[in-house]
Each structure stands twice: as C-alpha cells, then as structure tokens.
Design a protein around this ligand. Sequence first.
Ligand SMILES: Cc1cc2nc3c(=O)[nH]c(=O)nc-3n(C[C@H](O)[C@H](O)[C@H](O)COP(=O)(O)O)c2cc1C
Length: 186
Amino acid sequence: MRILAIAGSLRRESHNRRLLLAAAELLPPGADFELFADLKAVPPYDEDDDLVPAPAAVARLRTAIAGADALLVATPEYNSSIPGQLKNALDWASRPLATSVLRNKPVAVIGASTGAFGAVWSQAELRKVLAAAGARVLDVELAVGHAAERFDELGRLADESLREQLQETIDALLAATQPRAIAVAA
Ligand SMILES: Cc1cc2nc3c(=O)[nH]c(=O)nc-3n(C[C@H](O)[C@H](O)[C@H](O)COP(=O)(O)O)c2cc1C
C-alpha cells in the first residue's frame, strides 16, 4: 500500500505540508508514505512540450502518481482557489486524458489555511479538477482553519477532533484502495 502525498504549497514552513506529515503518522504499519518533493520543478504546461519523453519533472510526477495506490493532496487557498503550481501539475498529470495516471486513482483532498475556513473553497475546486481528470475523488473534506495555531511542537494536530477527522480521512482513503488491491491479488 503506497500513499503519495502532494502539498499544494511550495514554501518551506507550509502548514499543508505539515498536515500531510501529521497524516503520515496516522497510517497503519506497512503503508508506505511518500511526500512528493518536486512540485516546484514542474514547468508551465505547454501542449507543445507534452511529448514523449516528457520533461524530467513531469515524468517524475507521473511516475510517482502511477506507482501510488492512492493520493492525499493538501491544498492551501489562494484567492479562493487552488495555487497555480498545483493546478499546473495536475494539468500535466491529466494528460493523455484517456490513459492518464490520475484516471481511477483514489484521491482524498484536505486543506489548511491561516484564515478561518481552512481552504474549503480551494478543496472544492480541487475535487472538481481531479474529478474532471477522471480520478476517484473521495467525498471527504478536512478544513484546518487558523492553521498557524493548530500544530503542536511535534507537528501533530493539537486539536483532538481535527486529528479524528484526519484519521477518518486516511481510513477512507485506505478503504478506497481495497478493491484494487484485491483485484491485483486475484
Ligand atoms: C496569494 C495568496 C492568496 C491567499 N488567498 C487566501 C484565500 O483566498 N483564503 C484563505 O483562507 N487564505 C488565503 N491565503 C492564505 C493562505 O491560505 C495561507 O498563507 C496558508 O497558510 C498557505 O498555505 P501553506 O501554509 O501550506 O503555505 C492566501 C495566501 C496567498 C499567498
């Protein structure tokens, strides 16, 4: 079982990256967790460059997604929407549309923002984009508002109810991968 985590923020002290690392702590033994580290290197989408072989960072992104059983994406909210670089990376990942690495991939979207609402609009937009690309988007949401005050010194979610919601999100994501795991085993 392999979970690929993607943070929509590029900055070093990202609350969304912190949220993904908190999620990793809640995974059961045996579940592999990879935090995609190359988002910044993905070039602007240009159909003229969408060739074989793909640009190196795009190939790394597609390979990481293809090798994962499920994706966990944590997004901030930028002007009520998804950060441009995250949308750009998903545009690359969504091609070719019929056979893209996102097609049928179980995905859970979560988010954190320093505002009160925890990136709920951005999460909704992200679910829409992922569904348009053919991903199997879970009907879950985790809104971590006032994110600067939500993590303890060990990086865990300080709020018990948020931690429970994060655990439920992870459990739902793991459950969504089961049919595929059984199909592969059979
Ligand atoms: C360009 C920009 C636009 C933003 N727009 C919103 C917004 O519409 N709603 C919101 O709640 N926060 C907004 N924020 C605040 C971010 O959600 C906050 O900085 C968040 O912590 C960024 O995520 P990160 O900590 O993972 O980098 C914005 C921040 C930036 C830089």
